[in-house]
Design a binder for this molecule. Structure first.
Ligand code: NAP
Ligand code: ZN
Ligand code: ZN
Length: 350
């Protein structure tokens, strides 16, 4: 076992604080990664505060990991020491079920091993995430970071990037399409960049009027302030597709009214439940759907797509010692547009 420094929440009400965890020595097919950067996803906060129920403590969050391979198991063929790699939202799955065989490991029928707040495939060893100095991962659940990308700006692609790329691609954002991105946070700003790179015309729907200029700077073609009630009548039946990234409860029914006939809204944000009416769906034959991250193959495809199109995240790099303050700012929709922890700050303290 390798004892290493990390930051953990001890309970749902506790601030994150220094905590030591053990990583396993790399097995035959494992690699050991020195973590350089880890993004802060809103899912880290939902889980560290047990907002989805069933959280396991102590919890070391973090599933937007970029680092360097520092050791390899003897049978590892895909990676060598010195490679720059990424780890996203899961670190293993059964490999045998239909979902795994189709490369949709996130839907593993036996249950994927999430990067933290979960168990390894043995179903009893807890997983700990990227707010730590290193991580041991099976070689098949690791991503290749294309050369030349700024690593602190790549880390958020491992969750925010794939979570927006996957539904945009599946629902076919393409030139001429009116795509709306609802919520301009970590996921939302990646959604804007990726939808633009796919050629769509992109509108940001935001309840923060102060983000208007940022939306245009990120590449959006239009900005709609959803805190203004009139926005809903003015923009009725305007969009071919809405990507809903909002982390807090909001009225899906009014946003469905912004879709054209036969068009889709896809939820990726996971707030508390809210009532849904049939009428906005029925009357214009609209679709409401959801999407969960993406499999390993699609995540690699997304990284390569982003490298080709020069798409990276807009980040504010912080020290691990400021993680609790960063959580509060995310909760206040005050993140421009992803916090990324420089893990050197944890190594210096150890
Ligand atoms: P984030 O950076 O906090 O962004 C969420 C955005 O939602 C905010 O920037 C804000 O945008 C909007 N918002 C927040 N509170 C609101 C409110 N009360 N009313 C209306 N809008 C509000 O969070 P994130 O990291 O992008 O994550 C977003 C959600 O996606 C979270 O629920 C997270 O758990 C979930 N998630 C899902 C997946 C998946 O696979 N499906 C993957 C990762 C994350 P404006 O200021 O522009 O309104
Ligand atoms: Zn995430
Ligand atoms: Zn499986």
């Amino acid at each position: 076992m390798l004892p290493i420094p990390a930051y953990a929440a001890r309970t749902a009400k506790a601030l994150l604080e220094p905590y030591e965890i053990n990583r396993r020595e790399p097995g035959l097919h494992d690699i050991l990664i020195d973590i350089l950067y880890c993004g802060i996803c809103h899912s880290d906060i939902h889980q560290a505060r047990d907002e989805w129920g069933g959280s396991m403590f102590p919890m070391v969050p973090g599933h937007e990991i970029v680092g360097t391979v520092i050791r390899t198991g003897v049978h590892v063929t895909k990676w060598k020491i010195g490679d720059t790699v990424g780890v996203g939202c899961f670190v293993d799955s059964c490999r045998e079920c239909e979902a795994c065989r189709e490369g949709e490991e996130q839907f593993c029928e036996k249950g994927m091993s999430a990067t933290y707040n979960s168990f390894e495939q043995d179903r009893y060893t807890p997983t700990y995430g990227g707010y730590s100095t290193c991580i041991t991962v099976n070689e098949d659940y690791v991503l290749r970071i294309p050369s030349g990308m700024e690593l602190e700006r790549v880390a958020p692609l491992l969750c925010a990037g794939i979570t927006t790329y996957s539904p945009l691609k599946r629902f076919g954002a393409k030139p001429g399409d009116q795509v709306a991105v609802l919520g301009l946070g970590g996921l939302g700003h990646m959604g804007v960049k990726i939808a633009k790179a796919m050629g769509a015309t992109v509108t940001v729907l935001s309840h923060s009027p102060g983000k208007r200029n940022d939306a245009f700077a990120l590449g959006a073609d239009d900005f709609v302030d959803t805190s203004d009630e009139l926005s809903f009548s003015k923009n009725a039946k305007r969009f071919d597709f809405i990507l809903d990234t909002v982390s807090a409860s909001h009225d899906y029914n009014s946003f469905l009214g912004l879709l054209k006939r036969d068009s889709s809204m896809v939820l990726v944000g996971i707030p508390d439940p809210v009532p849904l009416s049939a009428a906005p769906l029925v009357m214009q034959r609209r679709h409401l759907s959801g999407s969960l991250i993406g499999g390993i193959r699609e995540t690699q495809e997304m990284l390569d797509f982003c490298a080709r199109h020069g798409v990276v995240s807009d980040v504010e790099v912080i020290s691990i010692q400021n993680v609790n303050e960063a959580y509060e700012r995310v909760l206040n929709s005050d993140v421009r547009y992803r916090f990324v922890i420089d893990m050197a700050s944890l190594k210096q303290k150890s």
